[in-house]
Design a protein around this ligand. Structure first.
Ligand code: HEM
Ligand SMILES: *[C@@H]1O[C@H](CO)[C@@H](O)[C@H](O)[C@H]1NC(C)=O
Ligand SMILES: *[C@@H]1O[C@H](CO)[C@@H](O)[C@H](O)[C@H]1NC(C)=O
Length: 319
């Protein structure tokens, strides 16, 4: 074989090798599953029509997936007798929800293109639709993630920020995932939708001073004190004004010291993020743009690509 041809063939091989480890691409399923994005949108519209909170629950699932070993659908794996996954990690137990909706979307996608689309990509697309359907921004979702075959409960316990975290801790936990403070503050704006349990904000409404007193008193009526021994699972909306609308009400709430979680109010408590919170509180556009950017960055956290991982048949079980 002539040396020119040899070099040509070697470079062709390396181009294919690169392609198989390629970055995510919005066109990943363009040929193999062209109806994918429409199916996810229709399925999410149905899910939110059935229960408005579901948009929030799906968005949070994506965050909790990406922060634990990357966006690899690890959070979707069910525990079994011989396997302990993320579902019962402290931040998820009795809290993470929406798994049945993911199952329904997966079934709808499988019916159109069997064995092609990962659960990790379905979750990334479902989160985008959730935000958009509730009035938020849309963005192009890079695709081509593959699904984990296993995971670690302790990784979920240590990688997800707790609601007691201070600003320094929030910034450093996001930095550990390649997200800067601006991304962290914008992404926290996800709390413009959805709800939290009393147990996650009780200390903030009873024992802290960086909270509006009337707001605290109102919440105490539905979230009884620790001494009462009751009410742990009573719900309150993370954005008082419009819990089912993806707007900038969350940031207006922070400026009014209506942050529900301690960690929420940390973003506006005389620290480095005050200016950004103020900006988002009067500019939905600024928030929407940074949120969309942040979601793409979060969605890029260490995906499995190429021949790593698998395309799960059932999102709850490794093949
Ligand atoms: C900045 C650090 C964050 C902390 C400490 C935090 C903490 C929490 C907590 C404690 C809850 C309530 C859970 C419960 O009571 O069961 C919650 C709910 C929620 N979180 Fe976060 N979160 C953070 C960031 C994010 C991010 C980045 C997103 C998405 C991009 C997100 C999306 C949500 C949503 C949508 C809900 C409501 C879920 C529902 O109603 O089912 N959070 N979060
Ligand atoms: C923030 O919390 C961490 C961990 O709990 C603690 O070590 C640190 O001192 C706190 N920082 C500030 C500024 O309060
Ligand atoms: C509030 O502080 C008091 C006194 O330190 C403590 O006994 C109580 O458990 C705290 N309440 C919550 C909800 O953390």
């Amino acid at each position: 074989m002539g040396s020119t041809i040899r070099v040509f063939i070697l470079s062709l091989i390396s181009i294919f090798a690169l392609a198989s480890e390629a970055q995510l691409s919005p066109f990943f399923y363009a040929i193999t599953c062209p109806s994918l994005q429409g199916i996810v949108r229709i399925s999410m519209r149905q899910a939110i029509a059935n229960e408005p909170r579901m948009g929030a629950s799906i968005l949070r699932l994506f965050f909790h997936d990406c922060f634990v070993n990357g966006c690899d659908a690890s959070i979707l794996l069910d525990d079994t007798a011989s396997f302990t996954g993320e579902k019962n990690a402290f931040p998820n137990r009795n809290s993470a929800r929406g798994f049945e909706v993911v199952d329904t979307i997966k079934a709808n996608v499988e019916a159109a293109c069997s064995g092609i689309v990962s659960c990790a990509d379905i979750l990334a697309l479902a989160a985008r639709e959730a935000v958009f359907l509730l009035g938020g921004p849309s963005w192009v979702v890079p695709l081509g993630r593959r699904d984990a075959t296993t995971t670690s409960q302790s990784a979920a316990n240590t990688n997800l920020p707790p609601p007691t975290a201070n600003l320094t801790t929030l910034i450093s936990m996001f930095a550990a995932k390649g997200l800067n403070a601006r991304d962290m503050t914008a992404l926290s704006g996800a709390h413009t939708i959805g709800q939290a349990r009393c147990t996650t904000f009780r200390a903030h409404i009873y024992n802290e001073t960086n909270i509006n007193a009337n707001f605290a008193a109102t919440l105490q009526a539905s979230c009884p004190s620790l001494a009462s021994g009751t009410g742990d699972d009573n719900l309150a909306t993370l954005d008082l004004q419009s819990p089912n609308r993806f707007d900038n009400g969350y940031f207006q709430g922070l400026v009014a010291r209506h942050g529900l979680l301690h960690s929420d109010q940390e973003l506006f408590n005389s620290g480095s993020q005050d200016g950004l919170v103020r900006l988002y509180s009067f500019s939905f556009r600024a928030f929407a743009k940074d949120f969309a950017n942040g979601m793409v960055k979060m969605g890029n956290i260490s995906p499995l690509t190429g021949s790593n991982g698998e395309i799960r048949k059932n999102c709850r079980i490794a093949n």
